[in-house]
Design a protein. Structure first.
Lengths: 291, 367
């Protein structure tokens, strides 16, 4: 994961630098990441580049990964928790092509996990990095569309508005009606959007031993949650934060503690609930078979 | 079991093969060449170069071919290539007053020093389909000799800008040169308030359709600024660099640009006498509509600086500059095609629960 190592990779990747980005760009992005790590939850502006994949398809995460990755890394890419969704396949292929590094589907084997919309069920450990693809980094955006205003609000920790919105939900519906991209407070200071992971995944961010990096390409922001940093989902003492539960386990592996996808299996209302995290589901089955 | 988006590896391969086949079209018809696109679809090439912000006709033509004629997709291809290029040097600022003129018109004076030069314009053509063009080799007008430059620009003497003529009388606000190095939004992310040079860079790369509609909205009263087309010129301009080992400028090539200088009304304020104000547009190639729209939007975005009320979308920096880039806009709009089933599942659970708790209004009344 060092610049010197990747700089020497040379033109083995068809006329492009190792991991596509030139070394100057990588250095600029690494500086932004260092600043992001130093100020947990703060959105650091960076000069995002056009990537050969479209904006909205993970360009921020890809740039973060491309700036981190070295020849010794093992990369896992997931979308919706699964390694085999089309966009995950496409991004994994992009890194195979531009770096030649080893890829894996096993969370435990990966040194870098790039993700869209999920945090793996298998707990991450130290020396792992999880890179989130972020569409809209600003947690205050739906309250205030102007960047000039929201930056001021962050500077002043002026987060009353978001609590009012949560309160309005509770007054109207009896509960907070945000089920994903649920706002969190990082290290007691910055309000942060966890990217659109279901709120089921929010507790995994808290005191996580892995480094969590967030890249928003189109919006040109990078932010981070360093290892072992408190991440608190917003709530009220009389309405504590809760996560969704299913009234049945995964139909394939029997896990009762994972996020389940609903699969429509016929046109007569038939449904099947299975783990969204394909690696977790597979390793559960393997463990059962071994018993 | 039908699985919509998972298990994509082979499906993606197959889709790419199908795309290559679709791009080629009927193999019984000759394949289109990049040089043909460059020569005969030149205005498409100009647009892709402008919004792709890379002046390379051959690469832009290739991008158009690869994108099956989808110009926004072609812009994207060109940008993704451009971003990997090293920056060797910065040229001297171009001087559009010294170019070889292909077209030059002013709408504010009947005649201007240097004359009105119509050039190859659609303006006064009748938009009747020319069925003769449907037959290749039998076009209504076949001109020139094969291999010759189709449109040799005129070597012209100095052609003073209309804006300078107005400026001499003090009727037009002076262009204030700033000593500061202009910012570059491909190297520094946009921040607000954005200086005019940075706004112009954003507008130069902006989607033509977006700018056109915004410009049009100012004409219809959403941030009206009383524009006149002071001057539009299309010219071939030499690009000069100063290599450090030489210490003097060297011409390294030339590019064609379209420049539009709008002259807009301004009633004056306590600190400034009544005078005309400026809006500026510049685009690669022959991109007149783009340059004009850009000039109108540039003027609209100067509202705050000129003490005008910011009331319309075209005057709103954040609104315009954050939404003008079609590579960003196209990507994010189309990302809705990606799977969202995890978030949707979370929403499904919530809506089911809310529906379970919902009480019929009649039942509520009965309570």
């Amino acid at each position: 994961m060092t610049g010197a190592e990747s700089a020497t990779a040379g033109p083995a990747t068809g006329g492009y630098n190792f991991a596509y980005l030139d070394e100057h760009t990588k250095r600029m992005i690494r500086r932004a990441m260092l600043k992001a790590v130093a100020i947990p939850g703060y959105q650091v502006p960076f000069a995002s580049r056009e990537m050969p994949l479209p904006y909205g398809w993970g360009t921020g995460g890809i740039q973060v990964t491309a700036s981190l990755i070295g020849k010794g890394d093992v990369l896992k890419v997931i979308d919706q928790g699964a390694d085999d969704t089309t966009n995950a396949v496409s991004i994994r292929k992009f890194f195979r092509r531009t770096t030649g590094v080893a890829v894996t589907e096993r969370t435990a084997e990966a040194t870098i996990v790039q993700t869209r919309h999920r945090i793996p069920e298998t707990p991450l450990r130290e020396n792992q990095i999880i890179v989130y693809q972020v569409p809209i980094p600003e947690p205050l955006r739906w309250i205030e569309p102007r960047e000039t205003e929201t930056r001021k609000m962050h500077a002043l920790s002026e987060y009353g508005g978001i609590y009012v919105r949560l309160y309005e939900d509770i007054a109207k519906f009896g509960r907070v009606t945000t089920s994903y991209d649920y706002p969190v407070l990082v290290n007691g200071r910055y309000l942060m959007r966890p990217s659109p992971v279901p709120k089921f995944d929010n507790p995994k961010m808290d005191m996580n031993p892995a480094l969590q990096l967030f890249g928003a390409g189109r919006e040109k922001r990078i932010y981070a949650v360093p290892p072992y940093t408190p991440v608190k989902s917003l709530d009220f003492t009389d309405h504590p934060f809760t996560v969704e539960r299913w009234d049945r386990p995964c139909a394939i592996c029997g896990a009762a503690d994972s996020f389940l996808d609903e699969i429509v299996i016929d046109d007569r209302g038939g449904r099947m609930f299975v783990c969204s995290d394909t690696d977790y589901c597979r390793s559960n089955r393997a463990a059962k078979a071994a018993e | 079991m039908y699985v919509a988006v998972k298990g994509g590896e082979t499906a993606i391969e197959a889709a790419h093969e199908l795309l290559a086949e679709a791009r080629r079209g009927d193999p019984g018809i000759a394949e289109i060449g990049v040089a043909q696109i460059d020569g005969q679809l030149a205005l498409a090439v100009d647009r892709v170069m402008t919004e792709g912000s890379l002046y390379d006709r051959e690469l832009a033509a290739l991008a158009i071919k690869q994108a099956r004629g989808d110009l926004v997709e072609a812009v994207f291809l060109l940008r993704a290539y451009r971003t990997t290029l090293p920056r060797l040097t910065a040229s001297l600022p171009i001087d559009t007053g010294r170019g070889r003129i292909k077209r030059r018109i002013s709408a504010v004076f009947k005649d201007v020093p240097g004359g009105q030069v119509l050039g190859p314009t659609f303006d006064y053509s009748h938009r009747l389909l020319d069925f003769a063009l449907a037959e290749t080799g039998a076009a209504a007008v076949e001109t020139g000799t094969p291999g010759a430059e189709p449109l040799a620009p005129r070597e012209t003497g100095p052609m003073p800008r209309v804006s300078s003529l107005l400026g001499e009388e003090g009727l037009l606000e002076p262009n204030v040169a700033t000593a500061a190095e202009p910012e570059d939004l491909t190297r520094e992310p946009l921040s607000f308030p954005a200086a005019r040079a940075l706004r112009l860079q954003n507008l130069a790369r902006a989607d033509e359709g977006f700018l056109l509609s915004l410009a049009y909205s100012t004409q219809r009263g959403y941030g009206r600024n009383h524009p006149f087309a002071g001057e539009i010129r299309i010219a071939e301009i030499d690009i000069e660099i100063v290599p450090p080992e030489f210490g003097f400028p060297v011409v390294i090539g030339s590019i064609t640009v379209t420049e539009c200088e709008m002259v807009n009304q301004f009633k004056g304020s306590e600190s400034a006498p009544p005078q005309f104000t400026r809006g500026y547009g510049l685009a690669f190639g022959e991109s007149e509509r783009k340059a004009m729209a850009m000039a109108l939007v540039d003027r609209a975005l100067r509202a705050e600086e000129l003490g005008e009320a910011v009331t319309a979308p075209a005057q709103d920096q954040e609104f315009v500059l954050y939404h003008s880039d079609n590579v960003e806009a196209s990507g994010f709009t189309q990302h809705l095609k990606l799977p969202h089933y995890v978030d949707f599942q979370a929403e499904l659970n919530l809506v089911r629960r809310l529906r379970g708790e919902w009480v019929q209004p009649e039942a509520k009344a009965a309570e």
